[in-house]
Design a protein around this ligand. Structure first.
Ligand code: HEC
Ligand code: HEC
Length: 113
């Protein structure tokens, strides 16, 4: 009986680690079919589309939040806007509904294309 339990544990451990490896190789790879430098692959910040020209100067990060941020009804607030990654939020959580001050200067990392 005891042996059976140990075997089960080992199996679970093996399956678990396989899952982990699969996860790693997926996240390390470029998303299927994208070579688009704007895609944000491998941690590179995406460029703002050209039609965003002047937005940051006019409205700052609050304006960005109005479309891309987590609102009370939807995240992102505007359907079709690209969701802001959770790591941009205070406490690394969408629940804070507040952007981390370190991310306030969107334009330094996300220049306009
Ligand atoms: C009026 C709504 C609106 C506002 C305000 C807005 N955006 Fe966007 N943004 C969009 C939409 C919709 C898209 C996706 C469509 C597109 O690419 O044109 C987008 C795309 C982007 C992308 C490209 C993401 C990608 O993966 O290609 C970035 C980066 C971005 N916005 C950043 C910002 C920043 C920074 C601000 C504030 C200065 C901002 N946006 C303000 C609606 C908005
Ligand atoms: C210190 C650099 C930095 C700042 C400042 C910053 N970002 Fe980002 N952002 C990134 C990086 C890096 C990524 C891609 C990797 C990730 O974090 O998921 C990203 C991803 C994004 C994405 C997703 C794009 C996609 O294609 O999936 C959006 C939308 C975005 N940021 C919006 C904003 C907005 C709005 C602000 C300002 C409030 C901002 N960012 C400030 C570095 C930054």
């Amino acid at each position: 009986m005891k042996k059976r339990i140990i075997t089960t544990c080992l199996c679970l451990a093996v399956v678990g680690s396989l899952g982990l490896f699969a996860g790693c190789s997926e996240s390390g790879a470029t998303p299927s079919g994208t070579s688009d430098p704007k895609a944000g692959a491998l941690g590179a910040p995406a460029l703002q589309p050209a039609d965003h020209e002047g937005k940051f100067e006019r409205g700052g990060s609050n304006m960005c939040y109005g479309c891309h941020g987590n609102g009370s009804l939807a995240n992102p607030q505007l359907t079709g806007a690209v969701i802001i990654p959770e790591d941009h939020y205070v406490d690394g959580s969408y629940d804070s509904k507040e952007l981390d001050p370190i991310r306030a200067e969107c334009i330094t990392c996300h220049p306009v294309a």
